[in-house]
Design a protein around this ligand. Sequence first.
Ligand SMILES: Nc1ncnc2c1ncn2[C@@H]1O[C@H](COP(=O)(O)OP(=O)(O)OP(=O)(O)O)[C@@H](O)[C@H]1O
Length: 636
Amino acid sequence: MEVVRALAGDEVDVEPKKYKPDGQDREETGVPRPRKRRKVEHNEESEGEEDVLKLTATSAKLASPDLSQSPPATTRGTPTPPLPSTLPSFPLPSRPNAPARSELVSQGLDRALAHAQIVDPGLSVPLSLNDDEMSAVGLGSKMRSRLTELGISELFAVQTTLLPLLLPSERLKRALYLPYDPPRDICVSAPTGSGKTLAYVLPIVETLSFRIVTRLRALVVLPTRDLVTQVQETFETIGKGRGLKIGTVTGQHSFAHEQAQLIADKSTRLQGGSSKVDILICTPGRLMDHLTGTPGFSLQHLRFLVIDEADRLLAQSFQDWLAQVLAATRPPSTLDVIGEPEAEVTDADVPYPDALAPAFIHLLRSVPTIRTDLDEKRETSCQKLLFSATLMSDPGKIAALELRDPQYIVVQAPNRNTEEGMLGVAMEKFSMPATLKEHMVVCDASQKPLILFHLVLMHGVRNALVFTKSTESTQRLVRLFDFFEKARMAGTGAADTTPVVVRAYSSDLSPSERKSILEKFKTQKVDILICSDLISRGIDISHVAHVVSYDAPVDMRKYVHRVGRTARAGRTGDAWTLVEEQEARYFKNMLRTADHADVVSRVRISGKQLASLTAFYEAALRELKDVYTHDKNVGE
Ligand SMILES: Nc1ncnc2c1ncn2[C@@H]1O[C@H](COP(=O)(O)OP(=O)(O)OP(=O)(O)O)[C@@H](O)[C@H]1O
């Protein structure tokens, strides 16, 4: 009966200690057993343990042959006869200790990941070095002058490491494609704000600047339109005066408009495609549309395929975008071509000089299709570059990328424990910027607005991004904040205090509205942006000094990307997370699993500290209620 009640979730006083090896039972001693479960509910650390205890006891009872002799189930009101005074002792099943998670990971860890190059985030190279000294990095003098013009005086760790791997050697300057010795793919995990964008923009611009004919040679895929715009601006700024044509496709403009920007000649069937851009930056959905619906759009010339925010993009299926993109970069096999029936060759089939990528030359019908040894290792020279602050190590996802001899680069401070470097990446223990300070405030859900007002007014939280869980809560919080400021202005009567300006930044705004709000925030006409996770990844606004997670993030990746909107490029920044009391255990566990609990300091804010704000808050709540009642009545 107790077993049934335990499974049904009733409180049952079961404790494994009851089954003493000497066969003695607590009931025997007459000492009442404590109500174990209630006690455990107040103990955050051991709740999981208690479930295990209960199950162990339950399964132990199920396994006990003597239970068959227990009294039959009784009806309601009938007193349950006491358990037999002694229960047989039996050994608990012994199980080997579970292997450490790190051990499990290392056993199945991708070999390339296990040999990752760990880079110290403090590594940098000043741009003031002379040509000889700079030759190790490989950046030309023209590019160095451009960077100096832009106020960049040194290369960050991720850039210092990547540039020598990606910049064209003298040999590559003459031959961009190396179908018989294709380049290795590269996966980079580096903290937020560590300069990953320039780590690929610089070598791409430097490499492609030597090309004379325009072909689509670099494709950068990003998860959002805002990021596409940001990366486009970086390419344009860095590539100024280099004659490179940079395009974007995101679906923000009509399909026909995008086609006109992309393709020079749609009507002639050209085997080599016809591109008006050297570099294309896009979101995956729209890229698919062009791949399937734009004549003359070809990826055969791709030399670089960049997947930025790789873990997020690989989690998106979008008509299986990755498989289709990879297929479009690969030449069809020679056999396929030989096997085709000879068709009459027309002028339209013959590409312009330089139009077919070297790996695709066998498609040219006027070239005799005789197989030679040279045909055997004809591979695309497209090099995949993956970036994220939270790079995934999921073997399935990695396999889908068809990486060629991948090289992993992990920018991460040397860790104190053994699970460092690539294991840290595999176990999702991501590295944070060293200049970031992290705090958490555990509070009652109803106090969250007051805590936020307190942070803004007492801790100088301005130039801040505040993350909520949904567009609806964003709207509500912005209204409440406005009413609070109105009440505060009226209440304090201080003419010289200016209200804090708060705006929503959410997915229900049009692109132009979003652009305008972001601009006001950047020029500090808006103090605080309240937003959803729309801009939690990649967005680079240098003056963000604080990030507040008004609603706590649900996983570590989200946490890393949110807090990473501040403390970028070596600047300082503060991240605050408001954690509701019932979420505290989960949140702390999340931090602990990521080895991050020690870094986040707990801030305690007492009711007394909030007292001076309560009257304004209550006034704001009343106004908010009126607005919602009015909106509801209008709606009816
Ligand atoms: N060498 C450098 N010197 C000075 N500033 C730099 C340098 N490299 C990059 N930055 C600046 O650092 C900021 C952050 O760079 P970036 O946006 O590339 O970071 P990220 O690593 O991609 O971050 P996230 O993971 O959040 O996308 C940008 O404003 C960029 O202009």
